[in-house]
Write a protein that binds this ligand. Structure first.
Ligand code: URA
Length: 455
């Protein structure tokens, strides 16, 4: 099988070989030693396979030793006479396939989580990023769509020892070329290392769990791994100091920006690689704020929804349309505002084909808070608008009593005037038309308060 185009090549060969006994076929990679007997293939046949087999066989193709090809063929061969084969998990061929697939899924997950881009090239051109990664299996083709979906709005290359994947001007290409690890450092790497040190919580340190999730073999390519041994060594002392310190009365936590990117672009690039909470695992991408970098008004929502997650922009779905219409009526120019969310990843549960929005947990809002504080620090808005309880919690430390606080002014954690209002999706959910019209009007009245402010 060729190194690229593997799944298609296997499918074409399997159509010819479906009725040949598995013991008569020697599957392997094109770069493996040539088999002793090399016979021409029999003619291809039309095949239909259960959906579950198509998904499973795609994973098996990536297995490094080449065992995956034979395993997939054995299943395909047996499926011709036994359509229910895949539902019998105890069958030795099925269980071998599942074991390999599980290993490949794990490798895919590691690559999704541990690829770290660095900016490359001169700044006069469109911004370009590159990442080096060493997957265990040959997953470069299977993983490409994930990175196109997540980083489709920038140019990048992911280089592995065997394949270079490039995405430029909206076009993906892959080439099987041997490469060695580049060793230059860069500013984004510094930012990431500092950020990791800041989110590291010594009281939550579980070395076994950490090395299981982030195995040591990936450490050499993770900028933050350089600080891990020091953080682990200091953790016990820090926890003792935390325990010995006198209890302090609860107060809204003022979160310091964890590191100091100079521009929104730099902060956004670092946020794309954020794994501080589990939401990055399922969301398509980090949805960063948008609008003028020196906007007078910053609008903060909860988190991207389904549409925003796919588009990579905040407030472009139904809640965004409700916001746009109300802002227009209130005389607020959205284009002049910086629009963002408290949480930058979409949280959902999958129900069939639908992704149902879930409210972010307190820990997820707090994990994302450094990014929101970065946006406040870099944009320096004169006023901020919190839409809904999650934004209010992020900006003030408490999201309770929204309906009593709405329409009033408070202060953000960093001391800026904050207008509180409801979230536009609250308006969309109101079933009663009259109540809805009244609430939309109240929302517009809230927005009028910021629309009319002097600059
Ligand atoms: N809801 C939000 O809070 N933000 C969005 O971007 C979209 C829906």
């Amino acid at each position: 099988m060729p190194r690229l185009g593997t799944a298609t090549a296997w499918r074409d060969a399997a159509r010819c070989l479906v009725h040949v006994a598995p013991s008569d076929i020697d599957w392997g990679w094109q770069d493996a030693p040539t088999p002793m007997f090399d016979e021409p293939l029999p003619p291809a046949r039309d095949l239909t396979v259960p959906k579950a087999f198509a998904a499973l066989s795609r994973l098996l193709m990536a297995e490094r030793s080449g065992q995956g090809f034979a395993t997939a063929h054995t299943l395909l061969h047996r499926l011709q006479a036994d359509r229910g084969l895949l539902s019998r998990r105890a069958d030795p061929d099925v269980s071998r396939a599942e074991r390999i697939a599980k290993e490949i899924r794990r490798d895919l997950h590691k690559m999704h989580a541990f690829v770290r881009f660095r900016e490359v090239g001169d700044q006069s051109q469109r911004r370009r990023f590159a990442a080096w990664f060493e997957p265990t299996h040959r997953i470069e083709e299977s993983v490409a769509d994930f990175f196109v979906n997540r980083f489709g709005d920038m140019d990048w290359a992911i280089i592995t020892p065997e394949v270079t994947t490039t995405y430029a001007d909206g076009k993906l290409s892959q080439e099987a070329v041997p490469s060695t690890r580049p060793d230059d450092g860069d500013a984004l790497e510094e930012l990431w290392t500092t950020y990791y040190s800041n989110i590291f919580n010594p009281a939550r340190l579980k070395v076994d769990a950490m090395t299981a999730e982030m195995p040591k073999k990936y450490w050499k390519n993770l900028p933050e791994a350089r600080v891990i041994p020091g953080l682990i060594a200091g953790a016990r002392a820090q926890v003792s100091a935390m325990q010995a310190a006198p209890a302090r009365p609860a107060r809204p936590r003022i979160v310091e920006a964890p590191f100091a990117p100079q521009t929104l672009g730099e902060a956004c690039a670092a946020a794309r690689a954020c794994t501080a909470c589990p939401l990055h695992c399922n969301a398509t991408r980090t949805v960063w704020g948008e609008g003028p970098a020196d906007a007078d008004i910053m609008i903060v929502g909860e988190q991207p929804g389904d549409t925003e997650d796919l588009a990579g922009r905040p407030f472009v779905g139904p809640a965004g349309q409700m916001f746009d219409q109300s802002a227009a009526v209130a005389g607020l120019d959205r284009g002049a505002c910086y629009v963002t969310n408290a949480v930058k990843h979409f949280k959902f549960v999958q129900k069939g084909k639908r992704r149902i929005h879930q409210r972010p947990a307190r820990s997820e809002v707090e994990a994302c808070l450094p990014w929101l504080m970065q946006e406040l620090t870099l944009v320096q808005p004169n006023v901020v608008v919190a839409m809904g309880a999650t934004a209010l919690h992020a900006l003030t430390g408490s999201g309770t009593g929204l309906l009593k606080r709405r329409g009033h002014w408070e202060e953000t954690r960093d001391g800026r005037p904050l207008l509180i209002t409801v979230h536009p999706s609250f308006l969309l959910r109101l079933p009663d038309a009259q109540q809805r019209a009244a609430e939309i009007q109240a929302f517009q009245n809230d927005l009028r308060q910021v629309a009319g402010l002097p600059k």
